[in-house]
Design a binder for this molecule. Sequence first.
Ligand code: GLN
Length: 282
Amino acid sequence: MSTTLAALLARAQAAGVARLDAQLLAAHCLGRAREWVIAHDDVVPQARHADALEALLRRRAAGEPLAYLVGEREFHGLVLAVTRDVLVPRPETELLVDWALERLAAWQALPALPAAPTPAVVDLGTGSGAIALAVAHAAPWAWLTATDASDAALAVARHNAARLGLPLELLAGDWWQPLAGRRFALALANPPYVASGDPHLRALAHEPQCALTSGCDGVDALRQIVAEAPAHLLPGGWLLVEHGFDQGPAVRRLLGAAGFEAIETRPDLARLPRCTGGRRPG
Ligand code: GLN
């Protein structure tokens, strides 16, 4: 059978795969750029390439994220390896990184503060390492630490740090648990925040559920992270977290109850309230 690339891609589209995704999977299987695939869709791929591509297109049609099928995802200008052991980094999380970089720039502009010249930054539940590595890349003067309860996720983060040549201290454990006695200038987290009964979870079935859901209201992890944050932040240090579009008021209340000031919620690119942060009083 001599099926052209164009025919394979058309069949995938008919099965519901987006054209861009089909082209990217073809590029991945053939070891070519997407542009090459577009310009050469009259080519008849070798049987082994065609079989591999058809298998990936079927998995994509069944809802598996493209990032798992090609093994990587771009995040804040970095290409990160991702596996099924980690959440696929999302564009909305880039806003948390931007906010963190803003805080670090402000911190650096205050020569009287703090005692430590190198701001220590922690990313709780780092997964692929996306947030921590994006900050390490854009703010090389900061010292980055990241935790995760999953050893498999830590292995992915370690691989990404090595691949990108970025220094990152990785510790195994839940949220703050491996950080007893340590204080940071800035703490970041994109914890699981989807409510356990949320129908939206069905669309996320291929990703690790421990990275997505957290209790009936989805706020369990955020509750724990915020409650223990003051003990791990330097005076004047900041906590910035990502949360569900409807959890802004709850997270602001949690920060207020934990004594934070300058509490603010920021919207994502879809203008949905997505990140909330506050400062530990100085
Ligand atoms: N933003 C993800 C989603 O709902 C959830 C990520 C998370 O729980 N941290 O698609």
